[in-house]
Design a protein around this ligand. Structure first.
Ligand code: PMP
Length: 434
């Protein structure tokens, strides 16, 4: 590498060797192993504000933010205090606390389509449970998802679709019986004809359509105009529920999530990440009439020992209170726009075969010039060029998601000067690569 700064990652390397002895791939979630960039992971020790510090003493400006939750940055005083105080009162009771109602109210006030909510411990649980609600409420079995959308690792959702045509689901992973995914229909993202066709074929069998209103698990793919509107129209017409998976986009692209931006009212919404402020929380909610099927009010069973955990609720409440203050999303947009426009300018000036997609405080640098509207498009991006860019940026102190198919996140803790400096670093790296 032509970079003058050679990163010392020796302690990370040693810890990774040890970790691999006791955990599959040395990690507790596959993407962390850095396989997407052909290397070994950085072991982190602590974080403060916008910065991460690794075990070798290197400092990085953080664009992963634990995959989304840390929108205020690390060690935000009011969040830290709320969690510390809650921890003194007791870690978990498995009994009702006022904090659950308080966080529920904060979400409900921020997202008008949500009238009732149930807290769980992860995004995976949120989508799994929302689909159970949809099936219970409609009495139907089939669900529709989109290729390249990730909704957690529940069996029925681990489905890779075929090409342009909607196909009956085939499991993505060994260990998922084909019977489990037999009711999962998969359609290319942004493909209006394919989704119309699915509703023509399975009109009265579809319980729900679940969608990432911005697809952030294949890089960052925005919905084309009319796509989400069509989903609303078709589901309403055919008596199916529309589920927005806003685990990523909730409280990120706007206080009210992507549904606020596009002014579409889904029947159910899934949350995670930001609503826990960095502690494990997920949630699903929606129309009162639908949520009333959930036990103990209704017959649909769903439960959790640690659900509504006091520390997690305290973290979520403090985070959402901060985000609900006037001007926060405008500020975030200002920072994001500065970075987004800076990167776009650099791509143009360096004539790089790449593009940036962005919405609010999330963006992706795709190493392809072809427009990206779905998973097949995204897969045309050069993962080799991305990997090289990733390592050069890491050397310069920028911690990016270690995969071409993940979104980058900005936080309120990042300063404009830091973002401007980053744009310069990107320019240096791209010129060097050219
Ligand atoms: N839905 C979406 C849109 C996600 O991005 C993710 C995780 N990145 C999930 C669901 C699953 O959430 P978790 O990892 O908390 O189970």
């Amino acid at each position: 590498s032509a970079s003058e700064r050679k990163l010392n990652l020796s302690r990370s390397r040693a810890l990774f060797q040890e970790a691999q002895q006791v955990m599959p791939g040395g990690v507790n979630s596959p993407v962390r192993a850095f396989r997407g960039v052909g290397g070994e992971p950085v072991f982190l020790e602590r974080a403060e504000g916008a910065y991460l510090y690794d075990v070798d003493g290197n400092r990085y400006l953080d664009f992963v933010q634990s995959w989304g939750p840390m929108i205020l940055g690390f060690g935000y005083p009011s969040v830290l205090e709320a969690v510390t105080e809650a921890s003194k009162r007791g870690f978990t009771f498995g009994a009702p606390t006022q904090a659950e109602t308080e966080l529920a109210r904060l979400v409900i006030e921020s997202v008008p389509s949500v009238e009732m909510i149930r807290f769980v411990n992860s995004g995976t649980e949120a989508t799994m449970s929302a689909l159970r609600v949809a099936r219970a409420y409609t009495g139907r079995s089939k669900i529709v998802k989109f290729t390249g959308c990730y909704h957690g690792h529940a069996d029925m959702l681990l489905v890779q679709a075929g090409s342009g045509v909607a196909t009956l689901g085939l499991p993505d992973s060994p260990g998922v019986p084909s019977e489990t995914t037999a009711n999962t229909l998969s359609v290319p993202y942004n493909d209006k004809e394919a989704i119309k066709q699915v509703f023509q074929t399975y009109a009265n069998e579809i319980a729900a359509v679940i969608v990432e209103p911005v697809a952030a698990n294949m890089g960052l793919v925005l919905p084309v105009p009319g796509f989400l509107e069509l989903l609303r129209e078709l589901t309403t017409k055919h008596g199916a529920l529309l589920i927005f998976d806003e685990v990523m986009t909730g409280f990120r692209v706007a206080l009210g999530g992507m549904q606020e931006r596009v002014q579409i009212t889904p029947d159910l919404t899934c949350f995670g990440k930001i609503i826990g402020g960095g502690l494990p929380v997920g949630a699903y909610g929606g129309r009162r009439e639908i949520m009333q099927v959930v036990a103990p009010l209704g017959p649909m069973y769903q439960a959790g020992t640690l659900s509504g955990n006091p520390l997690a609720m305290a973290s979520g409440i403090a985070t959402l209170k901060e985000l609900r203050k006037p001007g926060q999303y405008e500020l975030l947009e200002q920072k994001s726009q500065l970075l987004g426009e800076g990167i776009a300018r650099v791509l143009h000036d360096t004539n790089t075969d790449a593009q940036i997609t962005r919405i609010g405080a999330m963006f992706c640098l795709y190493f392809t010039r072809e427009p990206v509207h779905n998973y097949a498009d995204a897969k045309r991006a050069s993962t080799e060029r991305f990997a090289s860019y990733f390592w050069e940026m890491l050397e310069r102190g920028y911690y990016l998601p270690p995969s071409q198919f993940e979104s980058c996140f900005l936080s309120l803790a990042q300063e404009e000067a830091q973002l401007q400096e980053m744009v310069q670093s990107i320019e240096t790296v791209l010129r060097q690569q050219a």
